[in-house]
Design a binder for this molecule. Structure first.
Ligand SMILES: Nc1nc2c(ncn2[C@@H]2O[C@H](COP(=O)(O)OP(=O)(O)OP(=O)(O)O)[C@@H](O)[C@H]2O)c(=O)[nH]1
Length: 386
């Protein structure tokens, strides 16, 4: 069952079903707050019983029914409401699967109305109308099976009450005061439906809010899971996902892909000489320089440490080295002086043109081997994979 709504306290149905579900163990402050809400709702249910009893006293006052009826209903309502308040206040209800006592409170409200129907069948329609309110409120929280059960039981209870009166169901409307009392009762019932409607709106707004927060949290998590925090580039996990997707696409439409491993030269030296902070700045600028040198359709990923992976889509088979050579030259020509005077940063690149249907792991292995060659041959160069 959902969390107990605060505004549920405003719902003026007869026995208010309350909602929070917690376990008996550990009476934390949070549970105490829930208990307070449950108590408040049960108290409002009590006030609701009082309104019904008052209407019955009015009927007795105008002579439609005997005074015995409101007194008996008053006693019964008091008993039921006191039992609910007592078991919620004492913490007894927390030992139950439904600590809000939603179903028992709905059942009690319907039961009191059915007893009233048997005691005063001459205004019996009023009690039949009244039972819609607690049942409707319960339906907000009941699962389908529970609601079906409530439906069957209530129908049986109405049938039983009618049978006990010999099916003498009536509505006293002959005198003006009876007409007025009937209208008052209808107004009270409709008011209760309005309160239920407010409750539905509140639950819906809460749900909408929670869905929105969940969608935002999911997007944030997704971003964190696929992005490198330092450079803002997509990370290695995302690189492999995109690479697989692009390979499938290339195989479908017969286009070519180039995979290039880009590694900063002597980066350890930069860190050692200028500090990790500068090293981080270099990585950030490096990612920007690589992106600026490539087409927007191409991808740059931070593959790890000082290593980047570049994925060139629709790569020109005639000159697969041209774009990566452009990227290398752009990095070498970048105004690194802006970071630290005299700073020079270059990259070595191993580039592999993917063969049709070549496995992702294989093309990455070839690009990595080419990068190793570029490093051993003196760095600041591009090596095409074999
Ligand atoms: N500042 C900074 N340094 C990093 C980061 N990730 C990796 N490094 C450093 O990058 C350095 C890489 O060093 P090496 O693997 O020896 O490579 P290298 O010094 O670039 O040498 P070559 O690749 O052979 O040219 C290590 O000192 C890592 O600590 C990072 O996010 N920030």
């Amino acid at each position: 069952m959902p969390e107990l709504p605060h505004s549920a306290t405003r719902v003026a149905s007869q026995a208010q079903p309350v909602v929070p579900q917690d376990r008996p163990a550990g009476a934390s402050a949070r549970m105490d707050a829930k208990t307070r809400i449950r108590l408040r709702i049960a108290a409002f249910a009590g006030a609701d019983y009082a309104v019904n009893v008052l209407i019955l006293f009015c009927y007795a006052a105008v002579g439609t029914i005997s005074y015995q009826v409101p007194w008996q209903i008053f006693g019964l309502s008091l008993l039921a409401n006191a039992a609910f308040l007592g078991s919620i206040a004492s913490g007894l209800s927390r030992r139950l699967p439904d600590p809000s006592l939603t179903a028992p409170q709905v059942a009690a409200a319907c039961g009191v109305n059915m007893v009233a129907l048997t005691l005063a069948p001459q205004i019996g329609y009023m009690f039949v109308i009244n039972v819609f309110v607690p049942l409707c409120y319960g339906s907000l929280y009941f699962e389908r099976r529970a609601f079906l059960l409530a439906w069957v039981l209530l129908t049986a209870a109405v049938g039983l009450a009618l049978w006990s009166t010999g099916f003498h169901l009536g509505m006293a409307l002959s005198r003006p005061e009876e007409k007025l009392l009937f209208l008052i009762n209808v107004a009270v019932v409709l008011g209760r439906f309005l309160a239920i409607n407010a409750e539905v709106s509140r639950l819906r707004a809460g749900l909408h809010q929670r869905n929105k927060a969940l969608a935002e949290a999911t997007a944030r998590l997704e971003h964190l899971a696929t992005r490198d925090e330092l450079t803002g580039l997509p990370n290695r996990r995302e690189a492999l996902r995109v690479l697989r997707a692009e390979c499938e696409r290339a195989d479908r439409n017969g286009s070519r892909l180039c995979v290039a491993m880009v590694d900063a030269d002597h980066f350890k030296h930069i860190n050692d000489q200028h500090g990790h902070h500068t090293g981080d700045d270099v990585l950030r600028e490096l990612s920007g320089a690589l992106q600026a040198a490539l087409r927007t359709a191409d991808h740059v990923f931070r593959y790890g440490g000082e290593e980047f992976l570049v994925l060139l889509v629709d790569c020109d088979a005639a000159d697969p080295l041209a774009p990566v050579e452009r990227a290398r030259a752009a990095v070498a020509a970048h105004p690194w002086d802006r970071l630290v005077r005299g700073l020079r940063v270059t990259v070595s690149i191993g580039s592999a043109q993917r063969q049709p249907h070549e496995a992702v792991e294989q093309v990455l292995r070839r690009a990595d081997a080419a990068l190793y060659e570029a490093k051993t041959q003196g760095r600041n160069r591009v090596q095409l994979a074999r």
